[in-house]
Design a protein around this ligand. Structure first.
Ligand code: SF4
Length: 350
């Protein structure tokens, strides 16, 4: 199934990125995310996952981002990547239209062997999440018991994961390896410089994410948001930065270190919302389609996925869902945010 022209939503935004969550489980418990311990019931089969990827490609999606919870925990990851790799070279398969497959991980399970497998199976870019570069703060931001020693272990695992990714051929200079950090005022904003130093030392683009009111469990308040402009100002005091702006459909605004120390990104959903060209569709591990990170409910795609895949019905349902899309939550947060319910971050896949 293929649309004659890429479908657009009510704000003329195309569907460009499918974020597919493989699991609701995670091996960390970051307080701003509060993952469920268990999987949602009714996990999609491999065939169903492939069907939603094919439908999204037919509707114009060119990027597939695999998320979780923690996607490396999912036993569906490898067969999915193997099948997608084969489909990408088959001109008759809608997946042939995929430009890139990317993956977001917390790095804890990213061994040299897995990094090599991801590269070999066609994953183009990896994003590793780490919210502190010092042990105590690392443990606190990952929701780990055991204080500094647990944090130290996490830092060793994640920095080894970054090195393994580079060894496997994910080149930071080409943007193939990035580091994401959620910054929460009063919790880890003292980690801005240490995180930037860690990323600069490895030539990796650090992307600083404003603390967001995702889900309903993290006790979000605007007082705990450190605006991107303030983050940049603090880093500017240490390393002068040159603005490079935000690319179309991108989430990050980028800055270049004047001293040649690489690139920094800021993802400012609160202070500088980017809904205007948001081209992201999220599908959860159990087949719910969400047109916005802050939506309360998704559309259940399982009637077209189980017991057998109805490709035509699925395609039409996803096309209609996108064409009716009007989400601009971050732009309207001040008007609609207070008290509104949202799906949980780990369930949605960020
Ligand atoms: S708030 Fe929703 S519409 Fe706006 S950028 Fe985020 S996901 Fe897109």
């Amino acid at each position: 199934m293929h649309a004659d022209a890429p479908v657009v939503d009510r704000h003329a935004r195309p569907l460009g990125v499918l974020r597919l969550s493989l699991t609701g489980r995670c091996n960390l418990a970051c307080p701003y995310c509060c993952p469920d311990g268990d999987e949602p019931p009714g996990l999609l089969s491999l065939e169903a996952q492939l069907a939603v990827v094919r439908a999204a490609c037919g509707l114009g999606a060119q990027t597939l981002r695999l998320t979780g919870g923690e996607p490396l925990l999912s036993d569906r990851l490898w067969p999915l990547l193997e099948t997608i790799a084969a489909a990408r070279v088959d001109a008759a398969d809608p997946i042939h239209a995929l430009q890139q497959v990317t993956l977001t991980t917390n790095g804890v399970l990213l061994t040299p062997q897995r990094a090599g497998q991801l590269k070999a199976l066609g994953v183009a870019r990896l994003t590793v999440s780490l919210d502190a570069a010092e042990p105590e703060a690392a443990a606190q931001m990952a929701g780990l018991q055991g204080g500094a020693s647990a944090g130290e272990r996490l830092l060793v695992q994640v920095t080894a994961a970054l090195d393994a990714a580079v060894q496997a051929g994910f080149d930071p200079a080409l943007g193939q390896l990035k580091l994401n950090s959620v910054i929460q005022r009063g919790h880890n904003d003292d980690q801005l410089i240490p995180l930037a130093a860690l990323a600069r030392d490895r030539g990796i683009e650090l992307r600083l994410i404003e603390y967001m009111d995702v889900g309903n469990r993290n006790g979000w308040s605007s007082e705990q948001v450190l605006p991107a402009a303030e983050m940049v100002k603090r880093l500017q005091a240490r390393w002068p930065l040159e603005p490079e702006g935000r690319a179309d459909h991108a989430t990050a605004s980028r800055w270049r270190y004047r001293d040649g120390g690489g690139v920094l990104g800021t993802i400012a959903s609160i202070s500088e919302p980017f809904c205007g060209d948001c081209n992201r569709l999220r599908i959860t591990a159990d087949g719910q389609a969400f047109t916005c990170l802050f939506a309360a409910e998704g559309v259940d795609l399982k009637p077209w996925l189980t017991p057998v895949v109805d490709r035509d019905g699925l395609f039409k349902t996803m096309a209609a869902l996108w064409q009716q899309r009007g989400d601009r939550y971050s732009e309207l947060r001040a008007q609609v945010g207070n008290g509104s319910s949202h799906a949980e971050m780990a369930y949605l896949g960020g």
